[in-house]
Write a protein that binds this ligand. Structure first.
Ligand code: DQA
Length: 154
């Protein structure tokens, strides 16, 4: 069973209350419950982590290199646009990372159009609301299946 780290960056603990016009009204807890029930159906184990602290996110990514994690689906929040330290942490582990954004960052302030992760991510999903997590996980599962030893499909 694939072990998938669902990593949530700063302010995502405020979902439900925070800028509903951009992020909707679902709480992080509700989004995580949906991912959990998807995990039962699709047969993967989600492991959740949220932090408002850059170093804590770096540490959790490092730990994922040793704890059997197969891949990460991450919303790095505002650190998407600023954090070389988190980018370097992603590059230090071997597994794929899918970048997700709840809002469509290209329809917002220009500074949000720059991501320090898009060029190193396995893929990016954004703009569809909280379903981006499940879409990102589907993409990651498909990628992991294709990368399985003995699999020849592209
Ligand atoms: C976000 C977009 C970021 O620009 C912002 O700082 C966030 C959330 C999103 O999910 O749309 O915190 O990553």
């Amino acid at each position: 069973m694939y072990r998938i780290l669902v990593l949530q960056g700063p302010n995502l603990n405020r979902l439900g209350k925070r800028e509903p016009s951009h992020y909707g009204t679902k709480t992080l807890e509700e989004i995580h419950r949906e991912i959990e029930s998807m995990g039962h159906k699709e047969g993967f184990l989600p492991v959740f982590f949220q932090s408002n602290h850059e170093g804590a996110i770096v540490d959790r990514i490092h730990a994922s290199g040793e704890d059997g994690t197969d891949g990460i689906v991450a919303n790095f929040g505002a650190y998407t646009h600023t954090s070389v330290a988190i980018r370097d942490a992603v590059l230090s582990v071997g597994h794929p990372v899918v970048e997700v954004h709840i809002s469509n960052v290209y329809r917002r302030e220009p500074f949000r159009t720059k991501s320090l992760f898009s060029d190193i991510a396995a893929g990016t999903v954004g703009g569809f609301g909280p379903v981006v997590y499940r879409l990102g996980i589907l993409g990651l599962l498909d990628l992991l299946e294709r990368k399985k030893p003995g699999t020849t499909s592209p």
